[in-house]
Design a protein around this ligand. Structure first.
Ligand code: SF4
Length: 209
């Protein structure tokens, strides 16, 4: 295991708030400028609670139009990669660091991530996942910041397990950063690296059961 970290939950943090209620709050959110250009918010979807939380960077065009995460080309790749780990989309919760699409699919800005991160923290509290899989550098940086884990570079932490303990119960969560599935849409040879990351994830999940 490559890292340890801690994060204290607030005593009453979201314990009585359902994921649906959180989705309604996100739909009404105007905390950052991305509210001005979005069509729909994309809070995420999947079972609650869930042992597996996958976190992307930001919604793209198709996600913005549908309000659903990872439904475009990258979403098809993600579904295939999940299947390679013997996971189905029905058993994982999928969301992103920011819940609104940045214009032109640019990367989310630091202040936008900071505005949106409390929603992800609430989702972690509601889901209580054993495994958190940030996909890509931005999601990994945000998650590592949330848990105060050292982040020398994405390459240094990618494909490895990083253990954190959370809340009064010191519940263990295992963070496993992987490449973002969209890399294979821009750069098809990167598909091999992506598959390699998910095979490492599968081995970590298998050895942790
Ligand atoms: S990206 Fe997050 S913080 Fe910004 S408007 Fe959308 S929901 Fe609110």
């Amino acid at each position: 295991m490559d890292g340890t970290g801690d994060r204290d939950e607030g005593a009453d943090m979201s314990s009585t708030v359902s994921m649906d209620q959180l989705g309604q709050r996100i739909a009404a959110c105007t905390l950052c400028p991305l509210a001005l250009s979005r069509i729909r918010t994309v809070p995420g979807e999947g079972p609650v609670p869930s042992a597996y939380l996958f976190v992307g960077e930001a919604p793209g065009r198709t996600e913005d139009e549908t309000g659903r995460p990872f439904v475009g080309r990258a979403g098809k790749i993600l579904s295939d990669l999940l299947a390679s780990c013997s996971l189905s989309r029905d058993e994982v919760f999928i969301t992103s660091v920011v819940k609104c699409r940045p214009p032109g699919n640019r990367a989310p800005r630091r202040e936008e991530i900071n505005s949106c991160l409390p929603y992800l923290e609430e989702q972690v509290s509601l889901l209580s996942p054993r495994f958190i899989v940030p996909m890509g550098r931005h999601a990994t940086m945000a998650l590592f910041g949330m848990y105060m884990l050292p982040f020398p570079s994405f390459g240094d932490v990618r494909g490895r397990e990083h253990v954190v303990r959370e809340g009064e119960s010191r519940q263990e969560r295992i963070i496993v950063p992987v490449l973002h599935p969209a890399v294979a849409t821009h750069n098809p040879p990167a598909r091999w690296d992506l598959e390699s990351d998910f095979q490492k994830l599968a081995r970590i999940i298998h050895s942790s059961r």
